[in-house]
Design a protein around this ligand. Structure first.
Ligand code: ACO
Length: 431
Protein backbone atom coordinates (compact mmCIF):
# COMPACT_ATOMS: atom_id res chain seq x y z
CA UNK A 1 0.00 0.00 0.00
CA UNK A 2 1.24 3.48 -0.87
CA UNK A 3 1.90 5.86 2.05
CA UNK A 4 -0.45 8.88 2.25
CA UNK A 5 1.48 10.82 4.90
CA UNK A 6 5.13 11.45 5.70
CA UNK A 7 6.45 12.47 9.09
CA UNK A 8 9.55 14.55 9.67
CA UNK A 9 11.21 13.81 12.99
CA UNK A 10 14.00 15.83 14.60
CA UNK A 11 16.96 14.58 16.58
CA UNK A 12 16.49 17.28 19.25
CA UNK A 13 13.13 15.99 20.42
CA UNK A 14 11.09 18.74 18.69
CA UNK A 15 7.51 17.76 17.79
CA UNK A 16 7.42 15.70 14.57
CA UNK A 17 5.64 17.30 11.60
CA UNK A 18 3.17 15.31 9.54
CA UNK A 19 2.91 16.10 5.84
CA UNK A 20 0.40 14.88 3.24
CA UNK A 21 1.58 12.89 0.23
CA UNK A 22 -0.05 13.91 -3.06
CA UNK A 23 -0.68 11.45 -5.86
CA UNK A 24 -0.87 12.40 -9.54
CA UNK A 25 -2.31 10.43 -12.45
CA UNK A 26 1.09 8.92 -13.28
CA UNK A 27 4.58 9.12 -11.86
CA UNK A 28 6.07 9.72 -8.46
CA UNK A 29 4.01 10.87 -5.50
CA UNK A 30 5.18 14.09 -3.91
CA UNK A 31 5.37 15.16 -0.27
CA UNK A 32 3.45 18.42 0.14
CA UNK A 33 5.88 20.56 2.13
CA UNK A 34 4.03 23.87 1.73
CA UNK A 35 3.13 24.10 5.42
CA UNK A 36 6.74 23.59 6.59
CA UNK A 37 7.49 27.33 6.45
CA UNK A 38 4.89 27.92 9.19
CA UNK A 39 7.11 25.79 11.43
CA UNK A 40 10.18 27.84 10.43
CA UNK A 41 11.57 24.93 8.43
CA UNK A 42 12.65 25.03 4.81
CA UNK A 43 14.04 22.45 2.41
CA UNK A 44 17.28 22.68 0.42
CA UNK A 45 17.24 21.53 -3.21
CA UNK A 46 19.53 23.47 -5.59
CA UNK A 47 18.77 22.60 -9.19
CA UNK A 48 15.32 21.26 -8.17
CA UNK A 49 16.68 17.70 -8.09
CA UNK A 50 13.69 16.44 -6.07
CA UNK A 51 11.20 19.29 -6.10
CA UNK A 52 7.90 19.50 -8.00
CA UNK A 53 7.47 23.24 -8.56
CA UNK A 54 3.84 22.97 -9.68
CA UNK A 55 1.12 20.54 -10.64
CA UNK A 56 0.49 20.28 -14.37
CA UNK A 57 -1.79 18.27 -16.65
CA UNK A 58 0.15 18.94 -19.86
CA UNK A 59 3.17 16.65 -20.18
CA UNK A 60 4.36 13.50 -18.46
CA UNK A 61 7.88 12.06 -18.64
CA UNK A 62 9.11 8.74 -17.29
CA UNK A 63 12.86 9.16 -17.58
CA UNK A 64 13.66 5.61 -16.48
CA UNK A 65 11.41 4.04 -19.13
CA UNK A 66 12.02 6.68 -21.81
CA UNK A 67 8.33 7.69 -22.04
CA UNK A 68 7.00 11.10 -23.07
CA UNK A 69 3.26 11.83 -23.15
CA UNK A 70 1.46 15.06 -24.05
CA UNK A 71 -2.01 15.15 -22.49
CA UNK A 72 -1.71 11.34 -22.34
CA UNK A 73 -0.71 10.77 -25.97
CA UNK A 74 2.72 9.14 -26.61
CA UNK A 75 5.10 11.42 -28.50
CA UNK A 76 5.71 8.66 -31.08
CA UNK A 77 2.01 8.69 -32.09
CA UNK A 78 1.84 12.48 -32.21
CA UNK A 79 5.04 12.75 -34.29
CA UNK A 80 3.76 10.12 -36.71
CA UNK A 81 0.18 11.35 -37.17
CA UNK A 82 -0.12 15.04 -36.32
CA UNK A 83 1.08 18.37 -37.56
CA UNK A 84 2.62 20.92 -35.23
CA UNK A 85 -0.51 23.04 -34.91
CA UNK A 86 -2.59 20.03 -33.84
CA UNK A 87 0.02 19.33 -31.14
CA UNK A 88 -0.01 23.01 -30.14
CA UNK A 89 -3.82 22.88 -29.85
CA UNK A 90 -3.49 19.75 -27.72
CA UNK A 91 -0.98 21.42 -25.39
CA UNK A 92 -2.90 24.67 -25.12
CA UNK A 93 -6.49 23.43 -25.04
CA UNK A 94 -6.09 19.92 -23.62
CA UNK A 95 -7.48 17.98 -26.61
CA UNK A 96 -6.54 17.25 -30.20
CA UNK A 97 -8.78 19.41 -32.39
CA UNK A 98 -11.59 17.88 -34.46
CA UNK A 99 -11.66 18.84 -38.16
CA UNK A 100 -13.67 22.03 -37.56
CA UNK A 101 -11.56 23.09 -34.56
CA UNK A 102 -8.39 22.44 -36.54
CA UNK A 103 -9.58 24.67 -39.38
CA UNK A 104 -10.53 27.42 -36.95
CA UNK A 105 -7.25 27.17 -34.99
CA UNK A 106 -5.15 27.13 -38.16
CA UNK A 107 -6.95 30.12 -39.63
CA UNK A 108 -6.59 32.09 -36.37
CA UNK A 109 -2.85 31.35 -36.30
CA UNK A 110 -2.51 32.22 -40.00
CA UNK A 111 -4.37 35.44 -39.29
CA UNK A 112 -1.71 36.57 -36.82
CA UNK A 113 1.58 35.68 -38.55
CA UNK A 114 2.49 39.21 -39.68
CA UNK A 115 4.44 41.46 -37.35
CA UNK A 116 3.55 45.05 -36.57
CA UNK A 117 5.47 46.88 -39.28
CA UNK A 118 7.33 49.06 -36.77
CA UNK A 119 8.89 45.92 -35.30
CA UNK A 120 11.20 45.90 -38.33
CA UNK A 121 12.89 48.94 -36.72
CA UNK A 122 13.70 46.82 -33.67
CA UNK A 123 15.42 44.25 -35.94
CA UNK A 124 17.35 47.01 -37.66
CA UNK A 125 18.68 48.27 -34.32
CA UNK A 126 20.77 45.11 -33.92
CA UNK A 127 24.25 44.55 -35.31
CA UNK A 128 24.13 42.59 -38.57
CA UNK A 129 26.08 39.71 -37.00
CA UNK A 130 23.92 39.52 -33.84
CA UNK A 131 23.10 35.96 -32.80
CA UNK A 132 19.48 35.12 -33.77
CA UNK A 133 18.75 34.19 -30.14
CA UNK A 134 19.86 37.65 -29.00
CA UNK A 135 17.55 39.19 -31.60
CA UNK A 136 14.66 36.93 -30.60
CA UNK A 137 15.00 37.78 -26.90
CA UNK A 138 14.85 41.47 -27.80
CA UNK A 139 12.08 41.33 -30.38
CA UNK A 140 9.80 39.04 -28.35
CA UNK A 141 10.31 41.22 -25.26
CA UNK A 142 9.47 44.29 -27.30
CA UNK A 143 6.15 42.75 -28.41
CA UNK A 144 4.73 43.95 -25.09
CA UNK A 145 5.14 47.47 -26.46
CA UNK A 146 3.14 46.60 -29.59
CA UNK A 147 0.38 44.23 -28.45
CA UNK A 148 -0.64 45.75 -25.12
CA UNK A 149 -4.34 45.77 -26.02
CA UNK A 150 -4.72 42.19 -24.69
CA UNK A 151 -2.16 41.82 -21.92
CA UNK A 152 -4.38 41.46 -18.86
CA UNK A 153 -3.01 38.15 -17.57
CA UNK A 154 -6.04 37.73 -15.29
CA UNK A 155 -8.41 37.76 -18.29
CA UNK A 156 -8.64 34.30 -19.98
CA UNK A 157 -9.59 35.86 -23.33
CA UNK A 158 -6.58 38.18 -23.25
CA UNK A 159 -4.34 35.26 -22.33
CA UNK A 160 -5.54 33.30 -25.34
CA UNK A 161 -5.08 36.24 -27.74
CA UNK A 162 -1.50 36.72 -26.52
CA UNK A 163 -0.83 32.96 -26.71
CA UNK A 164 -2.07 32.87 -30.32
CA UNK A 165 -0.03 35.93 -31.21
CA UNK A 166 3.14 34.35 -29.83
CA UNK A 167 2.57 31.04 -31.59
CA UNK A 168 1.71 32.76 -34.88
CA UNK A 169 4.47 35.37 -34.92
CA UNK A 170 7.38 33.30 -33.61
CA UNK A 171 8.23 31.73 -37.04
CA UNK A 172 8.28 35.22 -38.57
CA UNK A 173 10.54 36.51 -35.79
CA UNK A 174 12.91 33.52 -35.99
CA UNK A 175 13.14 33.64 -39.80
CA UNK A 176 13.66 37.40 -39.85
CA UNK A 177 16.47 37.12 -37.30
CA UNK A 178 18.24 35.00 -39.91
CA UNK A 179 17.33 37.19 -42.88
CA UNK A 180 18.70 40.19 -41.02
CA UNK A 181 22.02 38.35 -40.49
CA UNK A 182 22.17 37.56 -44.19
CA UNK A 183 21.28 41.05 -45.31
CA UNK A 184 18.37 39.71 -47.36
CA UNK A 185 14.91 41.30 -47.40
CA UNK A 186 12.43 40.06 -44.82
CA UNK A 187 10.00 37.62 -46.44
CA UNK A 188 6.38 38.08 -45.39
CA UNK A 189 4.39 35.02 -44.27
CA UNK A 190 2.24 33.32 -46.90
CA UNK A 191 -1.06 31.81 -45.81
CA UNK A 192 -1.09 29.15 -48.56
CA UNK A 193 1.70 27.33 -46.70
CA UNK A 194 1.32 25.27 -43.54
CA UNK A 195 3.20 26.30 -40.40
CA UNK A 196 6.41 24.39 -41.19
CA UNK A 197 6.43 25.30 -44.90
CA UNK A 198 5.77 28.92 -44.08
CA UNK A 199 8.80 29.09 -41.81
CA UNK A 200 10.97 27.45 -44.49
CA UNK A 201 9.63 29.96 -47.02
CA UNK A 202 10.48 32.91 -44.76
CA UNK A 203 13.97 31.43 -44.12
CA UNK A 204 14.95 30.36 -47.61
CA UNK A 205 12.89 32.29 -50.18
CA UNK A 206 13.83 35.61 -51.73
CA UNK A 207 11.51 38.01 -53.58
CA UNK A 208 13.27 37.09 -56.84
CA UNK A 209 12.16 33.47 -57.07
CA UNK A 210 9.04 31.41 -56.38
CA UNK A 211 9.64 29.07 -53.48
CA UNK A 212 8.41 25.47 -53.51
CA UNK A 213 9.09 23.68 -50.22
CA UNK A 214 10.58 20.18 -50.48
CA UNK A 215 7.89 17.98 -48.90
CA UNK A 216 10.30 15.52 -47.24
CA UNK A 217 12.22 18.38 -45.66
CA UNK A 218 9.02 20.16 -44.63
CA UNK A 219 7.82 16.93 -42.99
CA UNK A 220 11.17 16.55 -41.19
CA UNK A 221 10.95 20.15 -40.04
CA UNK A 222 7.39 19.58 -38.78
CA UNK A 223 8.74 16.64 -36.79
CA UNK A 224 11.50 18.76 -35.27
CA UNK A 225 8.83 21.23 -34.16
CA UNK A 226 6.60 18.52 -32.67
CA UNK A 227 9.48 16.85 -30.81
CA UNK A 228 10.53 20.14 -29.21
CA UNK A 229 7.04 21.47 -28.44
CA UNK A 230 6.98 20.79 -24.70
CA UNK A 231 8.96 18.92 -22.06
CA UNK A 232 7.29 19.64 -18.71
CA UNK A 233 9.19 21.71 -16.14
CA UNK A 234 12.59 22.12 -17.87
CA UNK A 235 14.76 25.20 -17.23
CA UNK A 236 13.18 27.48 -19.84
CA UNK A 237 9.59 26.46 -19.03
CA UNK A 238 10.25 26.93 -15.33
CA UNK A 239 11.69 30.34 -16.21
CA UNK A 240 8.54 31.29 -18.13
CA UNK A 241 6.43 30.17 -15.16
CA UNK A 242 8.61 31.97 -12.60
CA UNK A 243 8.67 35.24 -14.54
CA UNK A 244 4.94 34.95 -15.27
CA UNK A 245 4.16 34.12 -11.63
CA UNK A 246 4.59 37.78 -10.70
CA UNK A 247 1.87 38.75 -13.20
CA UNK A 248 4.46 39.77 -15.81
CA UNK A 249 3.10 39.91 -19.34
CA UNK A 250 3.38 36.86 -21.65
CA UNK A 251 5.87 38.49 -24.04
CA UNK A 252 8.27 39.35 -21.21
CA UNK A 253 7.82 35.85 -19.75
CA UNK A 254 8.49 34.07 -23.06
CA UNK A 255 11.44 36.36 -23.80
CA UNK A 256 12.96 35.18 -20.49
CA UNK A 257 12.26 31.59 -21.53
CA UNK A 258 14.20 32.15 -24.76
CA UNK A 259 17.12 33.50 -22.72
CA UNK A 260 17.13 30.41 -20.53
CA UNK A 261 16.87 28.09 -23.52
CA UNK A 262 19.96 29.66 -25.10
CA UNK A 263 22.34 28.08 -22.56
CA UNK A 264 24.43 25.15 -23.87
CA UNK A 265 23.22 22.87 -21.05
CA UNK A 266 19.67 23.31 -22.41
CA UNK A 267 18.51 24.28 -25.91
CA UNK A 268 21.91 25.63 -26.93
CA UNK A 269 23.11 22.02 -27.01
CA UNK A 270 22.06 21.51 -30.65
CA UNK A 271 24.31 24.35 -31.81
CA UNK A 272 27.04 23.27 -29.37
CA UNK A 273 26.88 19.71 -30.75
CA UNK A 274 27.65 20.87 -34.27
CA UNK A 275 30.36 23.21 -33.04
CA UNK A 276 31.87 20.26 -31.17
CA UNK A 277 31.67 17.97 -34.22
CA UNK A 278 33.40 20.66 -36.28
CA UNK A 279 36.08 20.92 -33.60
CA UNK A 280 36.60 17.13 -33.51
CA UNK A 281 36.82 17.28 -37.29
CA UNK A 282 37.79 13.67 -37.95
CA UNK A 283 36.93 10.15 -36.68
CA UNK A 284 40.58 9.69 -35.68
CA UNK A 285 40.21 12.39 -33.01
CA UNK A 286 37.10 10.97 -31.29
CA UNK A 287 39.12 9.10 -28.63
CA UNK A 288 40.89 12.29 -27.62
CA UNK A 289 37.54 14.07 -27.07
CA UNK A 290 35.96 11.10 -25.26
CA UNK A 291 38.97 11.15 -22.93
CA UNK A 292 38.47 14.87 -22.31
CA UNK A 293 34.74 14.36 -21.60
CA UNK A 294 35.64 11.85 -18.87
CA UNK A 295 38.36 14.00 -17.33
CA UNK A 296 36.87 15.81 -14.29
CA UNK A 297 39.59 18.46 -14.41
CA UNK A 298 38.48 19.39 -17.96
CA UNK A 299 35.21 21.35 -18.30
CA UNK A 300 34.57 19.78 -21.72
CA UNK A 301 31.38 17.68 -21.97
CA UNK A 302 30.19 15.64 -24.88
CA UNK A 303 27.46 17.93 -26.18
CA UNK A 304 24.21 16.24 -27.18
CA UNK A 305 24.70 13.52 -24.55
CA UNK A 306 22.97 13.15 -21.21
CA UNK A 307 19.73 14.47 -19.81
CA UNK A 308 18.56 15.45 -16.34
CA UNK A 309 15.41 13.32 -16.57
CA UNK A 310 16.10 10.55 -19.09
CA UNK A 311 18.22 7.69 -17.79
CA UNK A 312 17.24 5.74 -20.88
CA UNK A 313 17.06 6.67 -24.57
CA UNK A 314 15.17 9.94 -24.94
CA UNK A 315 12.12 8.86 -27.04
CA UNK A 316 12.44 12.08 -29.06
CA UNK A 317 16.04 11.16 -29.88
CA UNK A 318 14.94 7.78 -31.23
CA UNK A 319 12.43 9.47 -33.59
CA UNK A 320 14.90 12.17 -34.59
CA UNK A 321 17.57 9.54 -35.31
CA UNK A 322 15.18 7.91 -37.81
CA UNK A 323 14.34 11.30 -39.35
CA UNK A 324 18.06 11.99 -39.61
CA UNK A 325 18.58 8.94 -41.81
CA UNK A 326 15.51 9.83 -43.96
CA UNK A 327 16.64 13.42 -44.53
CA UNK A 328 20.24 12.49 -45.34
CA UNK A 329 19.02 9.83 -47.79
CA UNK A 330 16.65 12.35 -49.45
CA UNK A 331 19.51 14.80 -49.84
CA UNK A 332 22.04 12.12 -50.88
CA UNK A 333 24.21 13.02 -47.90
CA UNK A 334 24.71 9.56 -46.36
CA UNK A 335 28.44 9.91 -46.98
CA UNK A 336 28.66 13.41 -45.55
CA UNK A 337 31.83 13.39 -43.37
CA UNK A 338 30.08 15.25 -40.50
CA UNK A 339 27.28 12.68 -40.44
CA UNK A 340 29.77 9.82 -40.48
CA UNK A 341 31.69 11.46 -37.66
CA UNK A 342 28.48 11.89 -35.62
CA UNK A 343 27.51 8.25 -36.12
CA UNK A 344 31.00 7.07 -35.13
CA UNK A 345 30.87 9.24 -31.99
CA UNK A 346 27.39 7.92 -31.14
CA UNK A 347 28.61 4.30 -31.47
CA UNK A 348 31.73 4.80 -29.35
CA UNK A 349 29.89 6.69 -26.61
CA UNK A 350 27.07 4.11 -26.47
CA UNK A 351 29.65 1.37 -25.84
CA UNK A 352 31.96 3.26 -23.49
CA UNK A 353 31.77 2.20 -19.81
CA UNK A 354 31.79 5.85 -18.56
CA UNK A 355 28.70 6.78 -20.60
CA UNK A 356 26.96 3.41 -20.16
CA UNK A 357 27.33 3.39 -16.35
CA UNK A 358 26.03 6.98 -16.09
CA UNK A 359 23.21 6.26 -18.54
CA UNK A 360 24.33 9.08 -20.82
CA UNK A 361 22.51 8.54 -24.09
CA UNK A 362 22.47 10.85 -27.12
CA UNK A 363 19.62 13.34 -26.62
CA UNK A 364 17.26 14.85 -29.21
CA UNK A 365 19.62 17.77 -29.82
CA UNK A 366 22.40 15.47 -30.96
CA UNK A 367 20.32 14.40 -33.97
CA UNK A 368 18.26 17.54 -34.59
CA UNK A 369 21.45 19.55 -35.16
CA UNK A 370 22.59 17.08 -37.82
CA UNK A 371 19.18 17.15 -39.55
CA UNK A 372 19.01 20.95 -39.55
CA UNK A 373 22.55 21.26 -40.88
CA UNK A 374 21.67 18.87 -43.72
CA UNK A 375 18.61 21.02 -44.49
CA UNK A 376 20.88 24.01 -45.01
CA UNK A 377 19.99 25.71 -41.72
CA UNK A 378 23.04 27.44 -40.19
CA UNK A 379 24.22 26.38 -36.70
CA UNK A 380 23.28 29.75 -35.22
CA UNK A 381 19.60 29.13 -36.06
CA UNK A 382 19.31 25.74 -34.34
CA UNK A 383 18.39 27.07 -30.92
CA UNK A 384 16.14 29.73 -32.47
CA UNK A 385 14.15 26.91 -34.09
CA UNK A 386 13.99 25.11 -30.76
CA UNK A 387 12.59 28.34 -29.26
CA UNK A 388 10.03 28.59 -32.03
CA UNK A 389 8.83 25.04 -31.29
CA UNK A 390 8.96 25.38 -27.50
CA UNK A 391 6.76 28.48 -27.68
CA UNK A 392 3.80 26.06 -27.91
CA UNK A 393 4.77 24.52 -24.56
CA UNK A 394 5.67 27.84 -22.93
CA UNK A 395 2.30 29.43 -23.70
CA UNK A 396 0.41 26.30 -22.64
CA UNK A 397 2.30 26.13 -19.33
CA UNK A 398 2.02 29.89 -18.78
CA UNK A 399 -1.69 29.76 -19.47
CA UNK A 400 -2.17 26.73 -17.18
CA UNK A 401 -0.32 28.51 -14.38
CA UNK A 402 -2.43 31.64 -14.71
CA UNK A 403 -5.67 29.68 -14.56
CA UNK A 404 -4.53 27.61 -11.56
CA UNK A 405 -6.25 28.94 -8.40
CA UNK A 406 -3.32 27.61 -6.31
CA UNK A 407 -0.74 29.63 -8.22
CA UNK A 408 1.43 32.00 -6.21
CA UNK A 409 4.37 34.20 -7.03
CA UNK A 410 7.45 31.93 -7.26
CA UNK A 411 9.73 32.87 -4.39
CA UNK A 412 12.29 30.25 -3.29
CA UNK A 413 14.06 30.41 0.07
CA UNK A 414 17.81 30.06 0.56
CA UNK A 415 20.41 28.69 2.93
CA UNK A 416 22.34 31.84 3.89
CA UNK A 417 26.10 31.23 4.15
CA UNK A 418 27.39 34.83 4.29
CA UNK A 419 28.65 36.94 7.19
CA UNK A 420 26.59 37.09 10.36
CA UNK A 421 25.39 40.59 11.41
CA UNK A 422 28.30 43.00 11.91
CA UNK A 423 28.73 46.74 12.43
CA UNK A 424 29.75 49.31 9.86
CA UNK A 425 33.46 50.28 9.84
CA UNK A 426 34.47 53.78 8.59
CA UNK A 427 36.78 53.64 5.56
CA UNK A 428 39.86 54.96 7.42
CA UNK A 429 39.58 52.10 9.93
CA UNK A 430 39.16 49.29 7.37
CA UNK A 431 42.03 46.78 6.75
N1 ACO B 1 29.67 14.48 -21.08
C1 ACO B 1 30.46 13.94 -20.10
N2 ACO B 1 30.02 13.64 -18.87
C2 ACO B 1 28.73 13.93 -18.59
C3 ACO B 1 27.85 14.50 -19.54
C4 ACO B 1 28.37 14.77 -20.83
N3 ACO B 1 27.58 15.31 -21.78
N4 ACO B 1 26.63 14.68 -18.99
C5 ACO B 1 26.74 14.25 -17.72
N5 ACO B 1 28.00 13.78 -17.48
C6 ACO B 1 28.47 13.14 -16.24
C7 ACO B 1 28.72 14.15 -15.13
O1 ACO B 1 30.05 14.62 -15.15
C8 ACO B 1 28.41 13.32 -13.90
O2 ACO B 1 29.51 12.46 -13.68
P1 ACO B 1 29.91 12.01 -12.15
O3 ACO B 1 28.73 11.23 -11.66
O4 ACO B 1 31.14 11.19 -12.33
O5 ACO B 1 30.15 13.28 -11.42
C9 ACO B 1 27.23 12.44 -14.35
O6 ACO B 1 27.41 12.30 -15.77
C10 ACO B 1 25.86 13.03 -14.06
O7 ACO B 1 25.79 14.32 -14.68
P2 ACO B 1 25.14 15.62 -14.04
O8 ACO B 1 25.84 16.83 -14.57
O9 ACO B 1 25.03 15.46 -12.56
O10 ACO B 1 23.70 15.53 -14.65
P3 ACO B 1 22.68 16.71 -14.79
O11 ACO B 1 21.34 16.05 -14.75
O12 ACO B 1 22.93 17.79 -13.79
O13 ACO B 1 22.97 17.33 -16.24
C11 ACO B 1 22.86 17.79 -18.55
C12 ACO B 1 22.23 17.05 -17.36
C13 ACO B 1 22.99 19.28 -18.23
C14 ACO B 1 21.94 17.67 -19.77
C15 ACO B 1 24.24 17.17 -18.84
O14 ACO B 1 24.10 15.81 -19.17
C16 ACO B 1 25.00 17.91 -19.95
O15 ACO B 1 25.65 18.92 -19.67
N6 ACO B 1 24.92 17.40 -21.23
C17 ACO B 1 25.53 18.08 -22.34
C18 ACO B 1 24.65 19.24 -22.80
C19 ACO B 1 23.40 18.77 -23.51
O16 ACO B 1 23.45 17.96 -24.43
N7 ACO B 1 22.26 19.37 -23.10
C20 ACO B 1 20.98 19.10 -23.75
C21 ACO B 1 19.98 18.59 -22.78
S1 ACO B 1 18.55 18.08 -23.66
C22 ACO B 1 17.63 19.46 -23.93
O17 ACO B 1 17.77 20.51 -23.34
C23 ACO B 1 16.58 19.27 -24.97
Amino acid sequence: MKPTKATITFDNGATPIELPILTGTLGNDVIDIRTLGKHGIYTYDPGFMATASCSSAITYIDGEQGILLHRGYPIEQLAENCDFLEVSHLLLHGELPNAEQKMDFTSRINGHTMLHDQLTNIFRGFRRDAHPMAVMIGVVGSMSAFYFDSMDVYNPEHRMISAYRLLAKMPTIAAWSYKYNLGQPFMYPKNKFNYAENFMHMMFATPCEDYVPNQILAKAFERILILHADHEQNASTSTVRLVGSSGANPFASVSAGIASLWGPAHGGANEATLTMLEEIGDVSRIDEFIKRAKDKSDSFRLMGFGHRVYRNMDPRAAIMRKTCYEVLAELGLQDDPMFKLAMALEKIALEDEYFVSRKLYPNVDFYSGIVMRAMGIPNSMFTAIFALARTAGWIAQWSEMNSDPEHKIGRPRQLYTGEAKRDFVPINLRD
